[in-house]
Design a protein around this ligand. Structure first.
Ligand SMILES: Nc1ncnc2c1ncn2[C@@H]1O[C@H](COP(=O)(O)OP(=O)(O)OP(=O)(O)O)[C@@H](O)[C@H]1O
Ligand SMILES: [Mg+2]
Length: 281
């Protein structure tokens, strides 16, 4: 049994099926990617895992317990840390205070006497390399710093599972590289990481295993190499028809697709494949 086991999750919003019978798992010491085009259902599935969204059907198991109906705070106490697609730090507090508040909430009211001496706050700030920003207000720091602050806050609850929704958005290339190393470091210490991410260089570079969502369904799962080679994934990202209409996809989608497929060779292969050969799994 994996640390996190998500089985057959469906989420309907009125007539929209945002997540359709999706299953995935995450393991300690491993970085799992959840990718897919905009609107594929990634954030909705994340919210089901963290308890912000009740599924229409399906089960979520964490640490061998069925937590499908458990509230958000119970999941956090069990060791689920998360960041949000939109940054959610307390703007009027400093970077250090943000981490400290997260520690205090985690530790509970009886630990008030240990506030000042919580060395872990400084360790966490060092871990994400934000020492020089520690005294600055969270609403005055650059996006890259705010992203790292979110990670430090999520780590403040000492999570067994860290859930990250588009953690690299707003980071430049050097920051993204450093961030990738941080994730590998955390996984190396045994944390399970599940990450929704659009930066395919990051995903392909750090993930051990990837699940691909399209229209709410998991259409492929495998190692980065397997995902690059997967025809259903190529179709999901490039669009598919007998016409070379796939070339008309928006630039950012094409860039993501090219990154997944590893450049021109794969993209040309995709475009020459007839639509009938593409099967969803
Ligand atoms: N609360 C909601 N009510 C109604 N529809 C919703 C709600 N939340 C999401 N949706 C719809 O569900 C689908 C999946 O959305 P979701 O945000 O999960 O996608 P995503 O894969 O995270 O996309 P992105 O890459 O843009 O973040 C979309 O069609 C979206 O419009
Ligand atoms: Mg999303």
């Amino acid at each position: 049994m994996a640390l996190l086991e998500v089985t057959g999750i469906t989420v309907r919003f009125g007539g929209i099926t945002a997540v359709n019978d999706a299953s995935l798992s995450a393991e300690p010491g491993s970085i799992t990617g959840l990718i897919g085009p905009n609107g594929a259902g990634k954030t909705t599935l994340f919210n089901v895992i963290t308890g912000l969204q009740a599924p229409t059907s399906g089960r979520v198991r964490f640490k061998n317990a069925d937590i499908t109906g458990a509230p958000v705070d119970k999941r956090a106490k069990m060791g689920m840390g998360r960041t949000f697609q939109r940054l959610e730090a307390f703007g009027s507090l400093t970077v250090r205070e943000n981490v400290q508040v997260a520690r205090e909430i985690h530790a509970g009211p009886r630990s008030w006497f240990s506030r000042r001496s919580d060395k872990r706050v400084d360790e966490l700030i060092d871990l994400v390399d934000l020492g020089r920003y520690a005294g600055q207000r969270a609403d005055s720091v650059p996006t890259g710093v705010a992203r790292l602050l979110e990670i430090a806050r999520a780590l403040a609850i000492e999570p067994a599972l860290l859930l990250l929704d588009e953690p690299s958005s707003g980071l430049d290339e050097a920051e993204t590289d450093a961030f990738g190393r941080l994730l590998q470091d955390l996984a190396g210490r045994g944390t399970a990481i599940l990450m929704v991410e659009h930066d395919m260089d990051l995903v392909m570079g750090v993930c051990d295993f990837i699940h691909v969502l399209e229209f709410g369904r998991v259409i492929a799962r495998g190692t980065p190499a397997e995902i690059r080679a997967d025809r259903a994934v190529q179709a999901a990202y490039l669009g598919f028809s007998d016409e070379p209409a796939a070339l008309s996809v928006p630039d950012e989608v094409a860039a993501e697709a090219t990154a997944i497929l590893g450049g021109h060779a794969a993209a040309e292969t995709t475009l020459s494949m007839p639509a009938v050969e593409v099967e969803s799994r």
